[in-house]
Ligand binder design. Structure first.
Ligand code: CO
Length: 159
């Protein structure tokens, strides 16, 4: 049977589902691969740089990140190192369209995760990529960027 990528609906702010904790992935099958393919399609369709499975209604520890370099799929991701140096930048979320706020994040992080076939690997991120890793991994614990915002930014000023 052919599989087709599909854009899934992104759960929006105010929906309590976004506060739920995602469970570990233990089965690396076609169903997971379809989820990952759909998440990429959904992220790209919304011009996002990251998406967590919980945002499309799946409580599994799955995220995709693409800050314009290449697609990174992270299953069961954990931050294993963070730089002491931090940066405070404007951040948004596909579940909070049009809302941006300043969030302080580590400048660099190292993440350990599994790929779509279950192989363990580590990946490092700096700047926007580190920020995206932190933001998406937060989603898996039900933490949203608005919890961490020091100052909301007027959308008119963000442009
Ligand atoms: Co988000």
């Amino acid at each position: 049977m052919d599989t087709f990528m599909a854009i899934r609906q992104i759960i929006q702010e105010g929906n309590a589902f976004l506060r739920k904790k995602s469970r570990e992935v233990t089965v690396f099958d076609q169903r997971l691969h379809t989820l990952l393919d759909d998440m990429k399609e959904t992220m790209d369709g919304a011009n996002g740089v990251g998406l967590a499975a919980v945002q499309v209604g799946v409580l599994r520890q799955v995220i995709v990140v693409d800050v314009g370099e290449d697609l990174i799929e992270l299953i069961n991701p954990k931050i294993i190192e963070t730089s002491e140096e931090t940066a405070s930048e404007a951040e948004g979320c596909l579940s909070f369209p049009g809302q941006y706020g300043m969030v302080e994040r580590p400048l660099k992080v190292k993440v350990e995760a599994q790929d779509r076939d279950g192989n363990l690997f580590t990946v490092e991120g700096e700047g926007l990529k580190a920020r995206a890793f932190c933001h998406e991994i937060d989603h898996l614990g039900g933490v949203l960027f608005v919890d961490l915002v020091t100052e909301m930014i007027d959308a008119d000023d963000a442009d």
